[in-house]
Design a protein around this ligand. Sequence first.
Ligand code: HEC
Ligand code: HEC
Length: 347
Amino acid sequence: MQTICLSRLGRWAGLGLAVTLLGSMPLRSQDFQPEVLPLPPQLATYEEMSVPADNPLTPEKAALGRQLFFDKRLSVDGSRSCYSCHLCEHGLTDGKPKAIGVGDKPLKRSSPTLWNIGYHKEFYWDGRSPSLEPQGAAAWRGGNMGAAGKENEIVARINAIPGYKKQFQSIFKSDATVDAIFKAIASFERTIISGGTAYDRFKAGNKKAMTKQQQAGWKLFQDLKCNNCHDGVLFTDQQYHNVGVGMEGDKADDAGRFDKTKKIEDTGAFKTPTLRDVTKSAPYFHDGSVKTLEEAVDFMLGGGKANKFLDKKNLEKRKATPVQKRQLLAFLEALEVNCTLTAPKLP
Ligand code: HEC
Ligand code: HEC
């Protein structure tokens, strides 16, 4: 494992620029803008990101991954890219209750956000994937992009584009392969970092970064124990909890974590989502069943929906006055991200 500290990532912008000045690589600074700046000190010392030893993170690889992430030619019918379901304006989700895959086939769940995704240890709402590399390949082969059975054809399509072929040769010393494509995409994903929200600036010592109402909301968030699960800088404990979403009595519409562990107590449990950029990612929950943030917060304040598997240890019904609810919502606005994940020029 290569471990990357956020502060080291922060120097990349400079590295990209240095490379431009030397002119030794086909990289121009405008091609590479990792989502890492500005980095407040509290994040710079934050826990390290694990990067697989066989996929070291480099600016060139992340820049290539960024292009592939935005490229619809990667899907079987040219209809969608990764970005089609993880968009800036929707907080890196798609704004739909459940995602729509190739052939306009509805998928089982709602698109989750990708902010700070490189810090996660397990992926998907049920945590069934252990690393970003296989996760990306699974999204590509599966209903999302429909590549299963057409892998060779699509990889050949990528190799037929000189601008891609050249980059794969320079970075991987080979033509594009499925392995290399998803190493590049995973590298890019590890640069999708949110660290400059009003909340981060407040935590870094700028007491004016959050309004009085937001500060009251932050205090409430902790007093009401929302951070039992939406914990730390990531606003997720990366654990799986049944809060009752999608439950009909003791039956789960979607078994969630149970599908992975086969433990009965994991029925209807899902990975705690981060709350960064949550104001933009409506509708909410793994099944997109709730339209507004107000309703989602009310659901949580109500202690979730009663069922045999409900995580009563961490989630209790909490009283909040209308003024307090507004404070909580104002605090969530302090987690809004200034998304700069723009489409790069594609080769
Ligand atoms: C058609 C919409 C769609 C497309 C296209 C798509 N995704 Fe997703 N993505 C989803 C959905 C839905 C989930 C959640 C699925 C689940 O939990 O079972 C997801 C989950 C993820 C996750 C896990 C997030 C977490 O919190 O664990 C990552 C990472 C991700 N996608 C990256 C990608 C990449 C990389 C691509 C391109 C190769 C891609 N997605 C293409 C809809 C999409
Ligand atoms: C027991 C752990 C736990 C506690 C405590 C908790 N949450 Fe959650 N929260 C979750 C889980 C798990 C989900 C996703 C549920 C699902 O989709 O099935 C979630 C989802 C949400 C969402 C929707 C996010 C999205 O992207 O869809 C919001 C908003 C939210 N919680 C706010 C809060 C607030 C505010 C509090 C405190 C009043 C709170 N939560 C307390 C675990 C928790």
